[in-house]
Design a protein around this ligand. Structure first.
Ligand SMILES: [Zn+2]
Length: 301
């Protein structure tokens, strides 16, 4: 009995070795009785599905240690990626499933995930790119991309502090950023129009910017960038005076017009942005996963 891969639409790979018990039923039982469980959707044999706090579904599959890699690969997906792999396998007279890699009756791999790929003459691939969008061809040609690692991220360009709806002071944000090895962080509290988020009016914003200047003087090899998350109202007015956007200011527009419908949001309606000297925008797309599409804005400069 091996580790327990957790399948969350294949997008997360926080698989943890929860148990090495020999009794499959016991593992399922322990899983469905975890304190985090809000609802048990299914339970029996070597499978269980639970709902935990926040409505997240977690599926459990208990597999033999010898099949762990094959199961991990299978449940990570995506479906398209796996269908493509199975097609390649078939052409080579190989069978892939969640239990392993088989040539005829003989099992030729499956304990480790890379064995699944190796059997097909392919290198192991990062889970994030398994979408059948060319990664299998790239792997075959030896041109798999090198993905960005968390350790390579140099800073964060959109952080809220206690001044609006964040939970930390600027100094605490800086300390946390330095712990992450960052070199810069942009403070982007809400502007005054967002009352529910305790948005900053002109005088509070001016004070915050003075504080940032003061802190920057003391900091070595780290820079706090000034930002503001402005709203663009229906009438095209930006909710923070543009003089505060100059130089190192990072504007982060939330467009009421866009929220009303992307077709109403014409980038040409926002000459203030171009004239402001604002450095950057983020989030630049206005996208809300699953519910809102991209803005039409083009962020060329
Ligand atoms: Zn924000």
């Amino acid at each position: 009995m091996g580790g327990i891969p957790s399948k969350d639409e294949g997008k997360h790979r926080r698989h943890r070795h929860l148990s090495h018990r020999r009794d499959k039923g016991k593992i399922v039982q322990v899983f469905t009785r975890l304190p985090e469980v809000k609802e048990v959707l299914a339970s029996g044999g070597t499978k269980a599905s639970i709902i935990v706090e926040g409505g997240v579904q977690i599926d459990l599959r208990v597999v033999e240690e010898d099949s762990y890699g094959a199961a991990l690969q299978y449940f990570t997906g995506s479906k398209e990626h796996n269908v493509h792999l199975r097609g390649i396998a078939k052409a080579q007279g190989i069978k892939l499933n969640e239990y392993g890699v088989f040539k005829g009756e003989k099992k030729i791999g499956g304990k480790e995930e890379k064995e699944v790929y190796q059997a097909l003459g392919l290198p192991w691939m990062e889970p994030e790119i398994r979408e059948d969008r060319g990664e299998i061809e790239a792997a075959r040609d030896g041109r798999l991309p090198k993905l960005i690692r968390e350790s390579e991220i140099k800073g964060d360009l959109h952080v809220h502090t206690r001044s609006s709806d964040g939970t930390s002071t600027i100094e605490e944000v800086v300390k946390a950023a330095q712990r992450h090895g960052y070199q810069y962080v942009a403070i982007c509290d809400h502007s005054q129009s967002l009352k529910i988020a305790h948005g900053l009016d002109e005088s509070r914003l001016a004070k915050q910017m003075e504080e940032i200047d003061r802190l920057n003087e003391k900091l070595k090899e780290f820079r706090i960038l000034k930002g503001i998350e402005v709203d663009i109202l229906m009438e095209g007015v930006w909710t923070s005076p543009t003089r505060y956007w100059k130089n190192s200011i990072w504007s982060s527009p939330r467009s009421q017009r866009f929220q009303a419908g992307p077709e109403k949001d014409d980038p040409e309606d926002h000459p203030g942005l171009r004239k402001s000297g604002g450095g950057c925008s983020g989030p630049s797309t206005g996208r809300l996963l699953g519910s809102r599409i991209l803005t039409k804005w083009k962020w060329m400069k």
